[in-house]
Design a protein around this ligand. Structure first.
Ligand SMILES: Nc1ncnc2c1ncn2[C@@H]1O[C@H](COP(=O)(O)OP(=O)(O)O)[C@@H](O)[C@H]1O
Ligand SMILES: [Mg+2]
Length: 318
């Protein structure tokens, strides 16, 4: 086989985890496909009643449960409306924070601290402009008679549209996305303000160079490929919200796969290339060592096959 696979640390630990998974009851929130607000407020580390309200976020991912932390006053206005001039408006309550309950299991405290160290790598390179800042918390999760380490995050909420690197990203589409993200433009078909496209391009340029800096200086890359991981804000900022699937960048023929068997590093580099090509309209520089390794046609073919294989067996995503 021309390309060898390197499983993530968590992938290697999967066997042990599988065994533990079977022995844990379905009450474990990390095994549940989704949670209700009642499940969240019943958690031993969540104060209840509290001055905030929780609501399940309408977008979901594979690795975390995401809940909006809301001000009850905003929820009240959302339900009863607010009069502005002649109009009664029902603005959606904007989360004060996002509560992230991470599904991953940790063997011990050191394992959990390593995950936080990877999050800190992202923060060091992409914060504050290009990543949603997050306070990461390790809590003692009470599960029957046992206690487990659970990683949670209280993260800045990013209002905007999902940016899919594989989608259409021409100037017009970007402008439409930013207009949709802007609450002021709701329902209006106005022309986008001058300078908006220039701004998104310079933000994308800055995002790409910060990620490259992280690859070169820290040897790691965040997951840029997962659906919904990148958000475009109304003012043209490109922000990463998913901070929990950081992979090592191995400049050899090893294809790193995450705990779901997904070649996340290769796909994230591909996403970076697409952002450069589509938003910045930049041809790839020949002498870019990172791209040379990852964009090698045979390697890309092998990676595409790995992704197809995963799609053929959806139980691998479970
Ligand atoms: N801080 C945030 N602000 C706005 N949307 C978010 C935030 N965090 C996550 N989301 C949205 O929730 C969904 C799942 O989030 P993600 O972080 O990708 O979870 P997972 O780790 O499960 O992949 C995504 O569509 C993402 O856009
Ligand atoms: Mg994600």
């Amino acid at each position: 086989m021309p390309f060898s696979k390197k499983e993530s640390l968590s992938g290697r630990k999967n066997k042990g985890r599988e065994h533990r998974r079977r022995t844990l009851t379905a009450k474990d929130i990390r095994d549940r496909p989704y949670l209700e607000v009642e499940d969240v407020v019943a958690l031993n580390f969540i104060r209840h009643p509290s001055r905030y309200l929780f609501r399940r976020h309408y977008r979901t991912g594979l690795r975390s449960h995401l809940f909006e932390v809301l001000d009850p006053g905003d929820v009240e206005i959302e339900a009863s409306g607010i009069r502005i001039g002649d109009h009664l408006s029902f603005p959606r309550a904007r989360p004060l924070k996002m509560l992230r309950l991470f599904r991953a299991r940790f063997m011990n405290l050191d394992d959990a601290l390593q995950e936080i160290a990877r999050v800190q790598l992202i923060m060091r390179h992409l914060s504050p402009v290009h990543v949603a800042r997050s306070d990461e918390l390790l809590v003692d999760y009470r599960l029957g008679k046992t206690r487990e380490i659970l990683l949670c995050g209280l993260q800045e909420y990013v209002n905007g549209e999902i940016l899919n690197p594989w989608g259409t990203l021409d100037d017009r589409t970007l402008a439409e996305m930013m207009m949709r993200a802007s609450p002021a433009s709701a329902g209006l078909k106005t022309a986008h303000p001058p300078g908006l496209i220039e701004n998104v391009k310079s933000q994308a340029q800055s995002f790409v160079s910060k990620v490259k800096e992280m690859i070169v200086q820290a040897g790691h890359i965040p997951d840029l490929a997962g659906i919904g991981n990148l958000i475009l804000t109304a003012d043209g900022r490109l922000k990463l919200v998913d901070i929990n699937n950081v992979s090592p960048v191995l400049l050899d023929r090893t294809v790193y796969t995450d705990d779901h068997g997904y070649p996340v590093c290769d796909k994230s580099i591909e996403a970076l290339v697409l952002l450069e090509r589509k938003i910045l309209g930049r041809p790839l520089s020949e002498n870019d060592g990172i791209y040379e390794t990852f964009l090698e046609p045979l390697r890309m073919k092998a990676v595409a096959q790995m992704v197809r294989d995963l799609r053929l067996s959806p139980e691998k995503y479970a």
